[in-house]
Design a protein around this ligand. Structure first.
Ligand code: ADP
Length: 430
């Protein structure tokens, strides 16, 4: 054992033994002398231990370090060094925490840390502004007692990472979007962002489109009326006729675009709970539309099959449901070549959803276009869409009408097989 402090201690023990020997030699009481010296040595050791204990309990400063040498000096120095290191680490951690707190507090988004029971552990400044949660006074309180929003309570109960939108409980002019993220076991982070400006912009844009469409409607009706008059007038010079016909076609198209824009504005302004609960004979709507298309748009060009559950009805708004069916079926005819087979089915799925499926064996839609199809004015082939009288708003209308009914649209396409599926939630089915 190459340890100078241990060697020193062994030497000290040796010294004590020599002292015992010397006293024994002088007094003749060998055993008693050894015992007294051994007891003295142990007593001294206990005293050193006591000094270290007191130092650790009270002062713990280098200047107050117990005065000793050998192994004891080394032990106290080691304790002191370890303590210094741990203090430096603590200081660093504290500074880091302060910095983290400052950054989190400066964030414009509200952040609230909660434990598994939804008790608030920590919150930043924005949480006070957006949700009325105060880091100083509300610590330890349940978040759902402070922020009484049913959607938030549901989200916390379900533990899903879904985003929800609601009015701020302390300022109804503020709309926030919030989500709850798991941080670690038993620790969750609720974040909320102010989206009032975005919503305002969106509302302004929506109002502008609706107003502009309304304003354009009347002059267009007048124009179309005059053009119809000219077209039927026998005195109209013959060379004017193609121009008048073309103008009338274009005004009709503009009217169609305006009608679709107004429909879309109306659908966007409707909340899900506002949608009618009237029972609609959905199977009859599909069968009637399929038969009408067979006799008109698809006559001599497409083969249409139907597979309809005639007992499956829907609660909703008939006009919008018809618009979903007609847009999907008409698209399947408009954007596929002659000879294409189209299958329209209306069935209940295992999940309880009622789905209208329109499938065709046309050329298909490129994968990169699929996600954009429900965007306004998005067309895969602009020329073909215009030739066919498309406005580019059909699928956006379908998507919004479905959303208003609590449903969804799914689109799948491969060369030779395209499938549009419009599904309604079980609670809307009859
Ligand atoms: P439009 O009013 O132009 O028909 P939609 O929103 O209804 O607009 O459709 C968007 C685009 O999706 C269409 O322009 C077309 O290119 C494509 N599309 C829709 N349905 C089909 C289909 N069954 N097969 C191929 N392409 C389709």
């Amino acid at each position: 054992m190459n340890n100078e402090y241990v060697n020193f201690e062994i030497k000290r023990l040796g010294g004590a033994a020599v002292l015992g020997l010397a006293i024994g030699y002088l007094t003749g009481y060998w055993l008693l002398s050894f015992l007294i010296v051994a007891l003295g040595y142990i007593g001294w050791m206990l005293y050193k231990l006591y000094e270290i204990q007191q130092w650790l309990i009270h002062d713990y400063k280098p200047s107050k370090m117990p005065d000793s040498n050998g192994l004891w000096e080394h032990i106290t120095t080691l304790i002191h060094k370890t303590e210094k290191k741990s203090q430096a680490r603590k200081k660093k951690q504290f500074e880091l925490m302060l910095r983290f707190n400052k950054v989190m507090s400066a964030l414009p988004n509200a952040a609230i840390l909660m434990n598994g029971d939804n008790d608030i552990q920590w919150s930043n400044k924005a949480a006070r502004k957006l949700l009325g949660v105060n880091n100083k006074t509300d610590k330890g309180q349940r978040i759902d007692n402070l922020v009484r929003i049913p959607a938030l309570t549901k989200l916390l109960r379900q533990g899903s990472e879904k985003k929800i939108q609601f009015q701020s409980p302390i300022n109804e002019n503020i709309t926030v979007v919030a989500s709850v993220l798991p941080v670690q076991k038993g620790l969750f982070l609720l974040t909320a962002r102010d989206i009032s400006q975005r919503i305002q912009l969106y509302e302004t844009r929506k109002a502008f489109i609706a107003n502009a469409s309304h304003e354009l409607r009347t002059p267009l009706t007048v124009l179309t009326g005059y053009l119809e008059l000219f077209e039927g007038d026998e005195e109209l010079p013959e060379h004017f006729l193609p121009a008048v016909k073309q103008s009338r076609k274009q005004t009709n198209r503009m009217q169609q675009i305006i009608n679709d824009m107004l429909t879309l504005s109306r659908l966007e302004a409707t909340e899900e709970q506002q949608v009618s609960n009237k029972i609609v004979e959905f199977p009859t709507l599909v069968l009637n539309l399929a038969s009408a298309i067979k006799d008109t748009l698809a006559q001599d060009s497409h083969i249409i099959h139907t597979d309809i559950d005639e007992h499956l009805k829907i609660r909703g708004k008939e006009k919008d449901l018809l618009s979903i069916i007609s847009n999907l079926v008409e698209n399947a005819v408009k954007y596929t070549p002659d000879g294409t087979e189209i299958t329209i089915s209306w069935k209940r799925k295992k999940s309880g959803h009622a789905c209208l499926q329109v499938e065709d064996n046309g050329l298909g839609i490129p994968q990169q276009d699929l996600v954009h199809l429900t965007e306004r004015f998005y067309r895969v082939d602009k020329g073909r869409s215009r030739d066919k009288g498309g406005t580019g708003l059909g699928l956006a209308i379908v998507k919004h009408a479905l959303l208003n009914h609590g449903g969804y649209l799914s689109i799948k396409s491969n060369p030779g097989r395209t499938r549009f599926k419009a599904c309604f939630p079980p609670e809307r089915t009859v």
